[in-house]
Write a protein that binds this ligand. Sequence first.
Ligand code: SAJ
Length: 406
Amino acid sequence: SRVVVVGLGYIGLPTAAILASRGIKVSGVDVNEATVDAVNAGRVPFVEPALGDFVEKAVADGMLSASTETPAGEAYIIAVPTPFNADKSANLDYIKAAAGNVAPLLQGDELLILESTSPPGATEIMAEHIYSIRPDLRESNLLFAHCPERVLPGRVMEELVTNDRIVGGITREAAEAARDLYSVFCEGEMLLTDAKTAEMAKLVENSYRDVNIAFANELSVISSRLGINVWELIELANHHPRVNILQPGPGVGGHCIAVDPWFIVAAAPEESLLIRQARETNDAKPNWVIEQVRQAAAGLSRTPKIAALGLAFKANIDDLRESPALSIAAQLADEFPESSILAVEPHVSAMPKALAGKSNVTLEETDAALENADIVVLLVDHDQFKAVPATALAGKAIVDTRGLWR
Ligand code: SAJ
């Protein structure tokens, strides 16, 4: 049997590679030729532990190949991006484009799985889009399902196998067919439901985390006003058997938690008050960090050199998407035009686009940045920064947004 995976990004490529590793012939499709070329050469165009080995082997074994053209298959997995529009509603253009390419190939008995994180109703919209192109298939036995991924970047190859999996079908038969396909590699529990509930479950998981982090971020601002160490405060509160507060930080980044709650807000704006407020609280955190730096600078007698430690959206990865650390570094460059901004990101070698045009920013090694800085702004809790000795920070003003050096 042949499975076609449309979209070879952070989710599509691992899913394609793991299916291929279990003896299923997989064709990958991507609009980006560089991605297609990389995959066909057995390479992975981004950092994700263990994925490289899977892709290399699958391609060498002839089980995985990639193309910019969509081939016909028995099952299709659509894993393309769902960005949001300016009004924060979900943009389904990529899903519709992918479905539009699949539509002419269909015979009427295929399984179509939407994996992209989507607003409630998206799987039905995708089905409708296909029927509008192929009205002849309306009475056919096409099966539509939504199977959201819940893997954590950095642990994808492991969590794809071990996580429980929600499988939502437009019909029960569709859910069962999707379950059978994912059972090939998923050892977690398969939880069958309808498509809309599955879509919502994915959004709710990430919103739950966003709301909890917003609570922690609000606590950090309150604690700062009251002269309390928020890290100690949360650690103490979390000793309660039914309390589990997450960690405050410079804001929430990544392509999931900072995005998904908006899909719920857009679908039910009048009712999503808390979810919206949490998003706004987390989005406001970078400005609060900038204000901390302003105050630190005001206490110095000369124009400060400012080290910005970390640009990624979280610890020990190279992913800069929606990264509050990166946006803070960029804002610091604008806010302090006279200052040198010594940006450090051990996982990235080229100057990120967001900083490229800024003449007062340089990319530095950790040691050099620490040696020269008057103010050190710790933005990401990379292991490398954890290892910085207290002596390297002596005499400097410190804004530690992650509580790494408390
Ligand atoms: N963060 C905090 N404080 C915390 C935890 C995280 O400020 O206590 C920040 C991080 O620094 C980062 C952001 O939140 O900027 C998101 O990081 P994350 O590790 O919480 O999550 P992601 O975006 O890497 O992955 C999430 C996961 N969802 C949940 O844990 C509910 C993952 O399981 C999902 O598969 C993924 O989103 C996704 O693709 O939706």
